[in-house]
Design a protein. Sequence first.
Length: 535
Amino acid sequence: MPTTWPGAAPPFHVTPGYHPFVDHRYVHAGRARWLDAAGHEPNFWDRVPGPDWLTGAHQAVPHGIRLQLQPAQRTDPFIRGDQPWENWIVDSVYTLIHDEGRYRLWYEAAPEDLYAPQRRQHLPARDIWGVVLCYAESDDGLTWRKPELGLQECNGSRANNIVLGRQLAGPRGLMGAAVFRDGTAPAHQRYKCMFMGKTDQVPGLQDLPRPGTPIDPMTRHHGQTGIFAATSPDGLGWTVHHQPIAWHFADTGSVAQWDPALQVYVWYTRGWSWGRRTIARAETTDFHDWPLATPLVVASPIDTPWTDVYTNAKTTYPGDPSTHLMFPTVYDRSGDTTSVVALASADNIGWSVIPGGPCLQPGPRGSVDGGCVFAGTGLAELPRDRIGIPYGAFPAPHKHPPPGHGEGIAWATWPRGRLAGLVADEHAQFWTPPLHLHGHTLHLNARTEDGGSIRVELQDEDWTPLDGFRLDQSTPINGDHLEAPVTWGPQSQTVRGEPDRRLRRAVSNHLPTTRPLVLRFQLNRATLFGFEVVV
């Protein structure tokens, strides 16, 4: 069973930093309340003359807003399959880690010799034994290099950027590598990797990490596959552990991580439900011993009957580990193509779809991504106030034979903090649940239309406005801002068209953080993307 998420009772603690609106966690659902003719709220156990004796006066119920996923913009590929060992960039297996000012990318590729006629007649459609894990890096996320690491041999040479492949993976092969940095591990195992490989025997009790370890039936259906582990001090030189850590079939990109809030390792991988692909989840305290991954995200009843949830691309928002995100690739079997949607979670356990449809779809026919697209793992901040995830760009449909050196890895990007937002077409308002804000000032990432505005009021836990921070004292925010400060002060009055300077005082933006606060937002023709708590 999933571990209970700590700290899930109000008031909720909000750490310094940016917090995007990607779900409704910061939107209070409201409180039902009934009052008598004198304006008193009777006790629930009091008898009343009849159902019409009380009048509804419900509190803090949001209205006029909708959560909307924003479409991504795309760049040209920054990684191209231009080397002999990169005849095909494997779809969905790209892991980005922004580590100590450096962008680091691990991606899988299929060498040219896998397509040689003398080999092809003896191989299945996808030979995981021959796929290799490659590495690239960048100082700014824009200009990339593939270092000649000299670690693995390919076609008689070590002048390549391969970090994990045939020599290390051996006959079991390599597919769907999930690389992550484990800050709790000893230095020589700081980086970890989970990948699928084949075995020569049907899994038996002698192969299991412990008696009773469950076996995914798909491992036998696809020829005895299991999940193996590798560890590394730097993400480059790997040690492969030859005992399977799970009996599971996952031939696309998985994601693994250590969750500091749950105090467990969490693994998102491929699952199956009645022949359709799903996203499955497992957790453990022992990285080398995993339970059976169980389905978590499946195609919904309102999806078309030819839809699969193909991959997960699980990540977190940069600087906000409490905002968990997925960018699942949705596969359309009717057209053999894909699109990318987004999900959000406050606890890394329960997930909700961010409304608004796909954030990324294939480009025009004939373009580098005109066939299909696959989201990779690792949302990161980029130069020029952008955020982005790597995605695989393919000119041909998914099941179409790879054209060879036609694919690439590009960025799907958004303005900083603007993955999704609360949209108000006209007048709208909402309240947050009680929050402990661990900072002294508040900034908004917002955009208003002509004549639109945003105001903020501070209230106590009983929805009572605080003097000095009332809505009529809030300085309206207008325009397009990534970091607009929230301030309060007495509103200026005009005398014969001129401001009465006698009523002006210094504007205050210092939050009373010694108590829980409810934020009341009033929006008019505006989109609110997120807020930042500043120390």
